[in-house]
Design a protein around this ligand. Structure first.
Ligand code: SAM
Ligand code: SF4
Length: 446
């Protein structure tokens, strides 16, 4: 059964051609392909809560496989970025306050403030200023999460984070094998990663998460196992393990002359995921997202799964009621635009059905689909909109209803990854690829 489904949903180009419009119609209530076009950011007063994401697009030595918007650190350009980001925070906060004033609505609760990159701690004092400003402008966040590069997290930097109210960190360890770190061109070695992690765990952060990559070229199961043991033995609260993807627009993708995202072999991913799940379980971590395993009852480090969020910085995306939008990727254009307007490059209207699908996608990614959450967010029953899909998933053994929550089974984790690879990563590929080439694209077909 599984094989037949894989053939139909993802299999050949011909079956995908037949299925994708049907699936799109079911999930978005429209036959039209998703398109993003130039437009203005819309602000609404009707927002009970939102997350804030800040993007810092600088790295000391950018990695050739990395799809994120980042450039090599340059002090003057960084200064330009920081001034512009403060201005964006002020403009957005003013526009949101104005929308609320008309409606007499209270400000939304800020569920989280995440900083990603790039390397957010590349200039720790600059990060501290931006965190303080965002907290003043949007309201105090419940949690503050920051991505850390092992070579940009010394003790003075960790002091700055503690003083700035950072509650969660995620360290980009990737591997504890020097051979593999060299192979993928990382700028740190295993000893640095290990020492950084030891110092981070000793601090009072509520959640310490670690990013690892697997299915690296020539990586053995034994090498992965040693990395997992080394990281888990330090007592981290969460690990996120990603199979390395080759995006066509990255240096790696260009070297491989790719046109589509290249994924590692399915059998290897399954085998390595099984090992990760087993090892994580031995250290008390359970799967809490497709690629993540966390300590039960600890807060999860995740910057991607808020329903509504506001993005600040070059390339940052925002998902607001009725609109998805993306800032320009170019740091110079971002700063120039902010002299008199917001740096929005592309917008896409989001109808109710698409917003529901978006919600469902991220809950599936988190492996739990709470019926009450759907009811609270949209005022109707999940099954009244996605009844046939939920029934099919249950029949296929992908979900189990427990205490009003559809829990996704282990079997479905692999499937979500496959569907994510085929659909979501391809959307990212089109959007990010084009936005990297042009500061102000005229249209992006997702
Ligand atoms: C923005 S980076 C983390 C923060 C910091 N810049 C660093 O590299 O340590 C986010 C994570 O995405 C993962 N990642 C980046 N490029 C990837 C790719 N091509 N395939 C799979 N995972 C990738 C890595 O695990 C990386 O740590
Ligand atoms: S993986 Fe991290 S350090 Fe490497 S280029 Fe991407 S953001 Fe920078």
């Amino acid at each position: 059964m599984a094989l037949a489904l894989e053939d139909v949903l993802i299999g050949s180009r011909a079956t995908r051609w037949a299925w994708k419009p049907l699936l799109r119609r079911y999930l978005t209530a429209s036959w039209a392909p998703l398109r993003m076009r130039p437009g203005r950011a819309a602000f609404t007063a009707v927002l009970r809560q939102m997350g804030v994401y800040l993007h810092v697009p600088f790295c000391r030595r950018p990695c050739g496989y990395c799809p994120y918007n980042r450039v090599t650190y340059d002090a003057a350009l960084h200064e330009t970025f920081e001034q512009a980001a403060h201005r964006e925070i002020d403009l957005v906060a003013a526009a949101m306050a104005e929308a609320r004033r008309h409606a007499g609505a209270p400000p939304p609760a800020i569920t989280s403030l995440y900083v990603g990159g790039g390397t957010p701690t590349i200039v720790p004092e600059s990060l501290a200023r931006l965190l303080a400003h965002a907290g003043e402008a949007f309201g105090p966040p419940e949690d503050v999460g920051v991505e850390l590069h092992p070579a940009a997290a010394d003790d003075p930097c960790l002091d700055v984070l503690a003083r700035s109210g950072v509650t969660m960190v995620s360290v980009g360890v990737e591997s504890l094998s020097d051979r593999l770190l060299r192979l993928i061109g990382r700028s740190h070695d295993a000893a640095t990663a290990h020492q950084t992690l030891r110092r981070v765990v000793a601090r009072a952060f509520a959640t310490v998460s670690v990013d690892l990559m697997f299915a690296l070229p020539t990586q053995t199961l034994d090498e992965l196992d040693k990395t997992l043991e080394g990281v888990l033995a330090l007592g981290v609260d969460q690990i996120s393990c990603y199979p390395i993807f080759a995006f066509p627009f990255t240096e790696l993708g260009r070297r491989m002359r790719l046109r589509q995202i290249r994924r590692p072999p399915a059998a290897l991913i399954r085998e390595m995921l099984d090992l990760i799940r087993r090892r994580a379980g031995q250290f008390g971590l359970v799967q809490n997202a497709v690629w993540s395993f966390g300590r039960p009852r600890r807060k999860k480090f995740t910057s991607t799964t808020r329903h509504h969020y506001l993005g600040i910085g070059p390339s940052a995306a925002s998902m607001m009621p009725g609109q998805f939008r993306v800032n320009t990727f170019s740091i110079d254009e971002y700063a120039a635009a902010l002299s008199n307007r917001l740096p929005t490059a592309l917008v896409m209207p989001v109808g109710r059905q698409l917003e529901m699908t978006y919600w469902l996608y991220w809950r599936a990614y988190e492996m739990r689909i709470p019926r009450a959450g759907f009811r609270e967010t949209f005022g109707e029953e999940l099954e009244s909109v996605f009844g046939s899909l939920m029934a099919t998933l249950e029949r296929l053994g992908m979900t189990r209803l427990e205490n009003d929550v559809y829990c996704l089974t282990e079997k479905s984790a692999y499937w979500i990854h496959r569907v994510q690879n085929e659909y979501a990563l391809n959307y990212i590929n089109h959007l990010w690829g084009q936005c990297r080439r042009e500061a102000w694209p005229q249209v992006v077909r997702l």
